[in-house]
Design a protein around this ligand. Structure first.
Ligand SMILES: Nc1ncnc2c1ncn2[C@@H]1O[C@H](COP(=O)(O)OP(=O)(O)OP(=O)(O)O)[C@@H](O)[C@H]1O
Ligand SMILES: O=P(O)(O)OC[C@H]1O[C@H](OP(=O)(O)OP(=O)(O)O)[C@H](O)[C@@H]1O
Ligand SMILES: [Mg+2]
Length: 286
C-alpha cells in the first residue's frame, strides 16, 4: 500500500515514551498495547514498528521502515545511509569517557595503552584515532559502568545524562566526546506519495514543537504604559489589546518564548503590568 508510511520507534526504553507522546501530540491515534510489535493509526496514514533502538537505523536504511526515531548516538554508531529530517529535542544525553574517581586524570594521555569498555566502538574508535590515542577497545553491550571495578578496563565510554550511574559506580566523567538527542530519520529516496505524508507529519511536529517553545501571556496594564509593554511582549504579529471594565486599564494578550518572558518579567512589572498569566500552548502554526 503506497498511501501509507511506516515509522520505526523504540519498543521500550528511554526513547519509547517520548516518541509515542510526540506522535499523540500530533493528533495521531493508534493502539500500542504491550507485546504488540506493529500497529496502524486509525486517523493518519501511518503504521508503527516497535523495535530495539539499535535496529532502527538499519530498518530505515533498508527501506523496511520509511521513518524512524532514534538517538543520534545510535545513528552515528550504526553509520547507516539515511536522511536526518529533524532533531526532536528529547532523550538528550552525551557519550563520555569516564575513569575510576580515585585516578588522577592528566588528559587523554591517561588512555594511552589502556583498555576502554564501550558499546559504541565506532564513535570511540573514530575519536581515539582523531586524537592519536592508542587504546584497546572492549565492546560490551550493557552495564558498561562496572567494567573498571571488575578489572575489564581502565576506563569506559558510555552514555551520560545526570551522571548518577557513573557516581554510583565510582567513576568520574573526564571527556565528552559526542552530544546526542532523538532525531527523526527517513529512508533516502521516498516516493512522492510517501513524501507528501511525511510533509504532513513534519508540519504537525513543527506545530507541536513551536507551541512547546512559546507561551501565551495575558496581563493587565495601565493604558499609559501600553507602548512600553507591547515593546516587551511583541507577539507573533502584534499583541491583542482589550479594554478592561475599569477606566484607563487594558488587558494585553501575546505569545512569546519562555526565555524572552523571563528576560522581560521585571521590566513588565516595573512598567505597571499586573495579573500576569503564562499559559502553555499545545500547537502553534506560524
Ligand atoms: N540516561 C539517558 N538520558 C537520556 N537519553 C538516554 C539515556 N540513556 C539512553 N538515552 C538515549 O535513549 C536511547 C535508548 O536508550 P536505552 O537505554 O533505552 O537503550 P537500550 O537499552 O539499548 O534499549 P533497546 O532495548 O531498545 O536496545 C539511547 O541510544 C540514547 O540516545
Ligand atoms: O547519567 P545517568 O542519568 O545515570 O544516565 C546514564 C545511564 O542511562 C542509560 O542507562 P539506562 O538507565 O537507560 O539503563 P540501561 O543501561 O538498561 O539502558 C545509559 O546506559 C547509562 O547507563
Ligand atoms: Mg539499544
Amino acid at each position: 500500500m503506497e498511501n501509507i508510511i511506516r515509522i520505526a520507534v523504540q519498543k521500550s526504553g528511554r526513547l519509547s515514551e517520548d516518541s509515542l507522546r510526540l506522535i499523540k501530540e500530533c493528533g495521531i491515534k493508534f493502539y500500542n498495547g504491550t507485546g504488540k510489535l506493529k500497529s496502524t493509526s486509525t486517523n493518519f496514514p501511518i503504521e508503527f514498528l516497535y523495535l530495539r533502538d539499535d535496529d532502527i537505523p538499519g530498518y530505515v536504511a533498508d527501506g523496511v521502515a520509511d521513518l524512524g526515531i532514534v538517538g543520534e548516538n545510535e545513528l552515528v554508531e550504526k553509520d547507516k545511509s539515511v536522511d536526518v529530517l529533524k532533531k526532536l529535542g528529547f532523550s538528550k544525553c552525551r557519550l563520555s569517557l569516564a575513569i575510576p574517581k580515585s585516578q588522577d586524570y592528566p588528559g587523554l594521555s591517561y588512555f594511552e595503552g589502556k583498555n576502554i569498555a564501550t558499546s559504541y566502538t565506532k564513535i570511540l574508535g573514530d575519536y581515539l584515532k582523531k586524537n592519536k590515542v592508542n587504546a584497546e577497545i572492549h565492546e560490551i553491550s550493557g552495564s558498561v559502568e562496572i567494567a573498571p571495578s571488575i578489572g575489564l578496563a581502565e576506563g569506559i565510554c558510555d552514555i551520560v545524562s545526570s551522571g548518577s550511574t557513573l557516581m554510583m559506580n565510582g567513576l568520574k566523567e573526564v571527556e565528552e566526546i559526542f552530544k546526542s538527542e532523538a532525531v527523526l530519520i527517513s529512508h533516502k529516496g521516498l516516493n512522492d506519495e510517501k513524501m507528501a505524508i511525511v510533509e504532513k507529519l513534519l508540519f504537525r511536529i513543527n506545530a507541536v514543537q513551536t507551541g512547546k517553545s512559546n507561551k501565551y501571556v495575558l496581563l493587565n496594564a495601565p493604558n499609559e504604559s501600553l507602548d512600553k509593554i507591547i515593546s516587551l511582549i511583541p507577539g507573533m504579529r502584534s499583541p491583542t489589546i482589550l479594554p478592561l471594565a475599569e477606566e484607563g486599564w487594558s488587558s494585553v494578550h501575546s505569545v512569546l518564548s519562555e526565555d524572552l518572558f523571563w528576560e522581560n518579567i521585571e521590566e513588565l512589572r516595573s512598567a505597571g503590568a499586573e495579573g500576569i498569566l503564562v499559559v502553555p500552548i499545545e500547537k502553534m502554526v506560524l
